[in-house]
Design a protein around this ligand. Structure first.
Ligand code: AVJ
Length: 319
């Protein structure tokens, strides 16, 4: 079901048909769920940047420290001249530490958001004047055709942020296998994974005192209203972060605080007080399960660098 032109607001961004179909399919499902990748419109990307600075949200700080400390060793093991291919580069804040240490032959950021991709490629271009940069606007969940210019260079995939945790394990394995298709045999992969730890640390990291993560979650509903011309009563939803021990993951939900209903593209959805829309999974891995995941995805782990407090790990693996 498509929106008619006269149903959209004059200043609304064009509706992405994949967004509409994911939202309609996800809300028709029981329990309701919308894929986390739709968080990242312009506002969502801004809010995520704010999350990375929150006192409760340790992953960005810890991983950045690990990259500062261990990138020189990555360079020694991987050797000079690799093309660094970053999956879901976003604003690429962690990348300079790696690029400084490993003498790459090129940098290929891949991101689904063209805006952020071009901004950050321009920024890195200034910081690394001699480095060829080839941004690729693509969904890295599918095999990506890399630019012809780097066809002959050995590759180092870079997948920081524990973004792999957004995927259920079977999809994570598919993605890891897809990365081998994209990068070729002989490639290496530097990947960050958040570790299992106390609920008392994990839950606040996804439900901060300042309410930024709540706003990030609720922005998905605002985006649905903005882009799909819907009438979701955002004020009747509240943010929830919960630890699911069976799956070893943090889940984010939007909880209906009253019986409510709304219409999206002519389809009506009703929810009762307490019903939720599941908006994100963030799986956590202990070192053994992390290595098993890599191996299932076709990657042989060769090094692990955890931080001193056991919060987060960087892994280097080869195809
Ligand atoms: C970017 C997917 C790794 O799961 O920690 C942060 C996203 N969601 N706070 C994460 C996120 C809520 C983040 N990843």
């Amino acid at each position: 079901m498509l929106l008619l032109d006269d149903e959209t607001h004059g200043d609304a961004p064009p509706a992405d048909p994949a967004f509409l179909s994911d939202v309609l399919a996800g809300l028709a499902q029981s329990p309701k769920a919308i894929p986390a990748r739709w968080f990242y419109d312009h506002r969502g990307s801004e809010l995520f940047e704010q999350i990375t600075d929150l006192p409760e949200y340790y992953p960005t700080r810890v991983e950045t420290g690990l990259l500062e400390r261990h990138s020189p060793e990555v360079g020694e093991i991987a050797g000079a001249g690799r093309a660094v291919v970053e999956f879901g580069s976003g604003s690429s804040v962690k990348t300079p530490h790696l690029l400084r240490a490993i003498a790459p032959s090129a940098y290929v950021p891949i991101d689904i958001s063209g805006d952020f991709l071009r901004e950050s490629a321009a920024g890195l271009g200034q910081a690394f004047p001699g480095l060829p940069i080839f941004p690729v606007e693509a969904n890295f969940m599918q095999t990506v055709a890399l630019p012809a210019e780097i066809a002959d260079a050995p590759k180092l995939g870079f997948f920081p942020g524990s973004t792999i945790g957004n995927l259920v394990p079977r999809s994570a394995v598919d993605l890891l296998r897809g990365m081998i298709e994209t990068l070729g045999l002989g490639a290496m992969l530097l990947i960050g994974m958040d570790r299992v730890k106390s609920e008392n640390v994990l839950v606040p990291a996804y439900d901060d005192a300042a309410g930024v993560t709540a706003e990030f979650n609720l922005n998905l509903l605002r985006r649905i209203n903005r882009e799909l011309g819907a009438d979701v009563p955002v004020d009747l939803f509240r943010h929830q972060a919960r630890w699911n021990d069976l799956w070893a993951r943090i889940e984010m939900h939007l909880v209906a605080s009253a019986d409510l209903s709304f219409t999206i593209a002519g389809r009506r959805f009703a929810m009762q007080a307490g019903d939720t829309i599941h908006t994100e999974n963030s799986h956590k891995y202990d070192p053994r399960s992390a290595r098993a995941l890599l191996a299932a995805g076709g990657w042989t782990p060769i090094r692990e660098w955890p931080d001193a407090d056991g919060m987060f790990s960087l892994f280097l693996a080869e195809a």
